[in-house]
Design a protein. Structure first.
Length: 292
């Protein structure tokens, strides 16, 4: 190497060394950092890590003990597109947590303690394509408009949760949905759930592990797969009358009978009054003729 090129090489090595040192300094404690990626998997973290590089695109926090995601801390990561928080202790209220990461495409919240999903939980994630909220046994409610703004959602997994019901409009109105995990939930297959089951059988969405999408209640339909449950519910809900139906029919019959009785009584009274006035008028005419 020529003497003139040696200073340039030393300068380049110095800059590279400074870049690597800077990368190590900016990487959160007990995490590993690569280009645009921060990986903190299995580090027994109790809290959301600090000092995450602001240009991070992929953040992996899997298998820790994090119970809270700070909305402000996440909002600094405006370019984040991939967030993996599976196997943590996240639960209760996540509303407005993701308001500052609108570019997020992939979000994994499986194996946590989520209890509900409302409109405000994911409404700001307009670019979301993959959402995994499976294996949350305390998740018992998803509002029917929870995914209204997530029109790019293609992959949704709600398997192995505490869900017993899901409104049809919640998923039917997602134009790009292609994959929907529903297995091993506590589905309550009553007449209100028939519309959802019918949508399942007619849609083009793929349902993985379909053999484990079964009814949990009522007892008569337990362990019944959805196609069989649909046929049974069609019979029970569309051709069979329940107690409230008989009560309604009895009330209608009584009202018709009562109305008919009143109408007949009124007609009888009118007839008697008419005949009375008619006969009285005839008698008055006869008396007038006799007087003349």
């Amino acid at each position: 190497m020529s003497p003139s090129g040696r200073p340039q090489l030393l300068s380049l090595m110095f800059l590279l060394g400074m870049g690597m040192a800077s990368e190590r300094i900016n990487c959160p404690s007990r995490c590993s950092c690569q280009y645009l990626e921060v990986n903190c998997t299995g580090q027994q973290l109790q809290e959301f890590p600090v000092a995450i590089p602001l240009d991070t695109r992929q953040l992996i926090l899997a298998a820790n003990n994090i119970s809270y995601l700070p909305a402000v801390g996440l909002s600094f990561l405006a370019d984040l597109v991939y967030l993996d928080c599976r196997k943590n202790l996240l639960g209760d209220d996540l509303d407005f947590t993701f308001i500052g990461v609108a570019k997020l495409v992939y979000l994994d919240l499986s194996f946590n303690n989520l209890t509900q999903v409302t409109f405000s939980t994911f409404s700001h994630l307009l670019s979301l394509v993959v959402l995994k909220i499976s294996d949350n046994p305390n998740l018992v409610a998803i509002e029917k408009d929870a995914f209204t703004n997530n029109t790019w959602l293609r992959h949704l997994d709600v398997s192995r949760t505490g869900l017993t019901f899901l409104d049809t409009s919640t998923v039917r109105d997602l134009p790009n949905l292609r994959f929907l995990g529903l297995s091993d939930n506590l589905w309550h297959c009553n007449c209100s759930f028939l519309d959802f089951i019918t949508w399942m059988t007619e849609s083009n969405v793929h349902f993985p592990d379909a053999d484990h999408i079964t009814c949990y209640t009522p007892e008569g339909l337990r362990a019944l797969k959805m196609p069989a449950a649909e046929a049974q519910l069609h019979f029970n809900c569309l051709t069979r009358l329940y107690k409230q139906d008989y009560v309604f029919l009895c009330l209608i019959g009584f009202c018709i009978f009562f109305a008919g009785t009143v109408a007949a009584w009124l007609a009888g009274i009118c007839t008697v009054i008419y005949e009375f006035h008619t006969s009285k008028g005839g008698e008055e005419e006869e008396e007038e003729e006799e007087d003349t």
